[in-house]
Ligand binder design. Structure first.
Ligand SMILES: Nc1ncnc2c1ncn2[C@@H]1O[C@H](COP(=O)(O)OP(=O)(O)OP(=O)(O)O)[C@@H](O)[C@H]1O
Length: 266
């Protein structure tokens, strides 16, 4: 039996807790002079929960993560982390506030070791003991990261490199990890492993806001699902219920109802 994973410590200082680690309330956001992409979007991420955002191409899923991580300032609305208002903060401040963003695509530096890649995530930490504690935490959570610690990251498989990216994002003890399309470019078996790692993060006490093209697979992993359409959350609820909804399946999940729904009907 594997040992229990020690939970990360949340940064201190929230003003008033709402029970949600991250809240995006009534967000309007867009790029330059182009039409608004997010039009009154509200999403809540409770502690130790995987919330997944699904929806058609161009619906604004990645834009939600950019707003949450401070890469794109909302035109209006409110962002709360642990009950504290962080609206308008830039990426560095958002990271300090407890939001870590794992970007779409591959962001591992192939010519650097796994250790160097992971420790890049700790560059804001001054306390060496804290860094050592976080290294032990991520090596325990993602054993492959510990096993290949001194090797060049470019020698790892795509799925293993994803775990290096996850580990890097966890070095600053974030309250919420924002994952943009973690399965991109991975085969189905590797994708399954990556989603298992997402669940391990959740079980270790990290909340996850996940954006995925692979909507069915993501909903099978998540606790809460949000269907985004026309810049708003169209439907939200327990991920299992969304998977079992035949109409939703038809509209957003490629038309094949979940097996449990088929059993109910037949
Ligand atoms: N940097 C940018 N500048 C201008 N428009 C952008 C930029 N990034 C995204 N957009 C536009 O914003 C809209 C939403 O894009 P976004 O990437 O958030 O959608 P998405 O739901 O993640 O899509 P996909 O599933 O295809 O990745 C699209 O119309 C896109 O063209």
């Amino acid at each position: 039996m594997s040992e229990p994973i020690p939970a990360p410590q949340a940064p201190s200082g929230p003003a008033h807790s709402t029970g949600n680690l991250l809240e995006l309330n009534d967000i309007q956001a867009g790029y330059g002079r182009a039409a608004m992409v997010l039009r009154g979007l509200t999403i809540k991420v409770p502690a130790a929960t995987v919330v997944c955002l699904v929806g058609p191409n161009g619906a604004g899923k990645s834009t939600v993560l950019k707003v949450a991580s401070g890469l794109l300032r909302p035109r209006s609305g409110e962002i709360l982390v642990g009950g504290r208002d962080v609206t308008g903060q830039g990426p560095q401040e958002m990271l300090s506030s407890g939001l870590a963003h794992v970007l779409q695509g591959h962001s591992v530096f192939r010519e650097m070791t796994v250790a160097e890649n992971v420790l890049l995530g700790a560059y804001t930490l001054r306390d060496k003991a804290k860094v050592a504690e976080r290294v032990a935490f991520v090596q325990h959570l993602f054993p492959i990261v510990g096993e290949r610690w001194k090797q060049l990251a470019g020698l790892l498989s795509g799925g293993q490199q994803k775990q290096v990216e996850f580990a890097r994002s966890l070095m600053v003890s974030p309250q919420v990890v924002l994952l943009d399309e973690p399965s991109m470019g991975l085969d189905p078996k590797t994708t399954a492993t990556v989603f298992e790692q997402v669940v391990r993060m959740r079980d270790a006490g990290v909340a996850v806001l996940l954006v995925e093209q692979n909507a069915r697979r993501a909903l099978e992993t998540a606790d809460i699902g949000c269907v985004l359409d026309l810049g708003r959350v169209h439907i939200t609820g327990p991920a299992r219920e969304l998977l079992d909804d035949p109409q939703l399946s038809e509209l957003y999940l490629g038309g094949r109802p979940a097996e449990s729904a088929l059993r109910k009907e037949g």
